[in-house]
Design a protein around this ligand. Structure first.
Ligand SMILES: [Zn+2]
Length: 64
């Protein structure tokens, strides 16, 4: 989370919104005119070959 007024950052969290919400509330409490924030997120995706794709069976054979 980044404060749009001063650029202060909350730090990273892993799938838990409470720490950054608390940080934003505290930041506004300490700086009463800092009330807008930007939340930056990351999504991780994985693509696996579907059945019928030659890589599907090949990777299945090589799996531990
Ligand atoms: Zn700020």
């Amino acid at each position: 989370m980044t404060c749009l007024k001063c650029g202060a950052e909350s730090g990273f969290v892993d799938n838990e919104p409470e720490p950054i919400e608390t940080w934003a509330l505290r930041h506004t409490a300490l700086n009463t005119d800092h009330r807008q924030f930007r939340l930056t997120t990351e999504w991780f995706l994985r693509v696996d070959p579907a059945p019928g794709n030659p890589l599907h069976d090949q990777e299945k054979e090589n799996a531990p």
